[in-house]
Design a protein around this ligand. Structure first.
Ligand code: SF4
Ligand code: SF4
Ligand code: SF4
Length: 159
């Protein structure tokens, strides 16, 4: 295996191993140090999108269950410094399309864009083909509203 391949696999494994943490979470190492795994954030999320991993018990976000409204209830409920409000963006997550989008098979689908409150999803018109979605990552808040609406799991939210 050449070096560039090893680097690619290494980065891929790292991305897969770190779950999406609740909004306003500290950097992963600080988060894990501070979080007591009490589950208070999970219990206080009105959208029910936070889960506790069976193995580690650390909280993470499951966008299959819904979207984050950035209400901050999880932060307010957190008794530790694991989640802390700050002025910057609540998290570095953005939506990303994968190859499973129905428009790749020339099937018309508008579901994801209809869910996006900040209109981050627009349509790229293609001659004699179905228009396909494009995500403007400057506008995308990573809220995940588009994720559950997609019938083919073609949208993932990633750091
Ligand atoms: S900000 Fe609100 S909706 Fe988002 S994870 Fe926290 S409690 Fe749930
Ligand atoms: S994650 Fe939220 S803001 Fe981003 S494209 Fe999806 S619905 Fe829009
Ligand atoms: S909802 Fe899914 S399948 Fe439909 S256009 Fe959006 S990404 Fe493609």
């Amino acid at each position: 295996m050449d070096f560039s391949r090893r680097k690619f696999l290494g980065a891929g494994v790292l991305c897969q191993e770190i779950p999406l943490r609740p909004p306003w979470a500290q950097a992963e190492s600080l988060f894990q140090e501070a979080c007591t795994r009490c589950g208070d954030c999970v219990r206080h999320c009105p959208e029910g999108i936070l889960i506790q991993d069976n193995a580690s018990s650390y909280p993470s976000v499951d966008f299959a269950k819904g979207e984050c409204t950035f209400c901050g209830d999880c932060v307010d409920a957190c008794p530790s410094t694991a989640l802390q409000r700050h002025e910057a963006e609540p998290w570095p997550y953005k939506a990303k399309l994968n190859h499973r989008c129905l428009t790749e098979q020339q099937v018309v689908c508008l579901s994801c864009a209809e869910q996006c409150e900040v209109s981050a999803i627009s349509w790229q018109h293609q001659a004699k083909k179905v228009s396909k979605p494009i995500i403007n990552i400057e506008l995308c808040t990573g809220c995940g509203a588009c994720v559950a609406s997609c019938p083919t799991q073609a949208i993932e939210v990633k750091s």
